[in-house]
Ligand binder design. Structure first.
Ligand SMILES: *Cc1c(COP(=O)(O)O)cnc(C)c1O
Length: 464
């Protein structure tokens, strides 16, 4: 059996590798892929039946189970009318190359083991640092998602804060129970809150403006006074480069000023919005991001990489190294050389070289194609916003800053908005989910797929 498990079968008639690659080829050729939809756990269990048995059911049956039952119960995030949450629109190059990355079985944790992959990943990280305007020497790694990237950044911020605090200085501040604090705005992503919880850091939440954006220059003096009073407790200031719910961009230069005033680490979470760093139409909204100590960008959101691929980039990577490098006798060979080890820049050790598909796609198409694709999604957002603004029966909830559109159907209750989304999903016309804005249920459309047309978006608007 173990012999059968490991002997290559490519090229043989009915070879397992051919079957799987054929299925992958078929999926890659679908344009568009079927939208598909989830099934209930019981329904799915019944349809799938037990697959893991003592003797194995064989590749043909397992593959058929996947293509006929399991895959159709997974939404196609790259469908042009999948506009919920944040879609995915991996390029053909990145998806195809992902197969080769798997086949190459690369260990992406260390230079010793994966130098070629690490070199290429670092070139892709350098491009992200360049479009953000971060200096030479910046660097980081690719992790599974923006959530882990944010956690990594805040862990480094805390480690750095601790190591710089003069020994014996008591931590003051009754409000914060003496704990180190992180300044966040009410529009920060939920992953920031969970990172603070995990790191036992206290959030100091500041209100956003009318569109939910963090505008430090508009903070009341009393808030600034409070912050000044606990400046030596402030570990970091976090701003968001593209709020997931609304697409609004914080005042990133103002947040940089606030971090400098408090002597704190400056982190920008651009997990979703980071794609716009290469845009000609919206790059100006990100002015100030070049001053970050750390930045999160998810290429699996608006930069057309397959899951999972999130970048964490540090201005001074050695601070991350001090935070994360694992010491163990069996790792001495990895740590001895002083080479660039991706495992040193996040709380991980073994890792897939998940930045490689992104690198291959950038190399294949060129960065101008990325700029054009991001600009295209912004133009489509603007065109769809125009339709919503003109329609008698719709309210455009706010002017879109990036590529998120919030729309309300006049006269509809919250339930009617939910029902409408369910009907779209049931009929597999499109997939959106409602969100809440200022206590009201509204429809949310998030565009990152250059294949999405204005007509795709407006087809998902409620009828008159
Ligand atoms: C999506 C998102 C995250 C979380 O990223 P994951 O890749 O889903 O973990 C964090 N912050 C922002 C602003 C996001 O849009």
């Amino acid at each position: 059996m173990s012999d059968r498990m490991h002997r290559p079968s490519a090229g043989q008639p009915d070879g397992l590798v051919d079957s799987v690659l054929d299925a992958a080829r078929e999926r890659l050729a679908m344009d568009p892929p079927p939208l598909d939809r989830a099934r209930s756990p019981r329904d799915l269990a019944e349809a799938a039946g037990p697959a893991i048995t003592a003797d194995g059911i064989g590749a043909d049956r397992a593959l058929a189970l996947f293509t006929d039952v399991l895959a159709p119960a997974c939404l196609s995030m790259d469908h042009p009318r999948y506009l919920a949450f944040v879609p995915n629109a991996a390029t053909e190059a990145s998806t195809a190359f992902d197969l080769l990355v798997s086949a190459s079985n690369i260990y992406g944790g260390s230079w010793l083991e994966g130098a070629g992959a690490v070199h290429a990943e670092n070139e892709a990280l350098r491009w992200l640092a360049d479009v953000a305007g971060m200096p030479e020497g910046s660097g980081g790694t690719f992790v599974s998602g923006g959530s882990i990237a944010n956690l990594s950044a805040l862990a480094v911020a805390r480690h750095t804060w601790r190591s710089r605090r003069p020994a014996g200085v008591p931590v003051l501040g009754a409000d914060t129970a003496g704990r180190p604090v992180v300044v966040v705005s009410s529009g920060a992503h939920s992953s920031i809150g969970s990172a603070l919880e995990l790191l036992d850091l206290e959030p100091f939440v500041v209100p956003g403006d009318a569109l939910g954006r963090f505008r430090p220059s508009e903070l009341p003096d009393a808030v600034l006074d409070d912050l000044d009073a606990i400046a030596d407790q402030v570990v970091a200031v976090v701003a968001t480069g593209g709020m997931t719910n609304t697409g609004g961009v914080d005042d990133l230069a103002g947040a940089a000023d606030l971090a400098a005033r408090l002597g704190a680490w400056y982190h920008v979470d651009a997990a979703y919005g980071g794609g716009a760093l290469c845009s000609t139409l919206r790059r100006h909204l990100f002015d100030g991001i070049e001053r970050v100590d750390s930045m999160t960008v998810d290429p699996h959101k608006w930069l057309f990489a397959p899951y999972d691929c999130a970048a964490i980039v540090y201005r001074e990577p050695e601070l991350a190294r001090h935070t994360f490098t694992q010491q163990a006798a069996y790792l001495d060979a990895v740590n001895a050389e002083g080479e660039w080890n991706p495992s040193d820049y996040a709380p991980h050790l073994s890792r897939r070289a998940r930045g490689l598909p992104f690198w291959f796609s950038l190399a294949t198409y060129g960065t101008d194609a990325y700029r054009d694709a991001v600009d295209r999604t912004i133009e489509v957002t603007v065109a769809a916003a125009d339709v919503a603004r003109e329609a008698e029966h719709l309210d455009l909830v706010m002017e879109p800053e990036l590529s998120v559109l919030l729309v309300r159907r006049r006269g509809w209750s919250s339930q009617e908005h939910w029902d409408f989304c369910h009907r779209l999903a049931e009929s597999e016309i499109g997939f959106i989910v409602p969100t809440t804005w200022l206590g009201e249920t509204v429809l949310r459309y998030c565009l990152v797929n250059p294949a999405t047309t204005p007509e795709d978006v407006t087809a998902l608007f409620p009828p008159a």
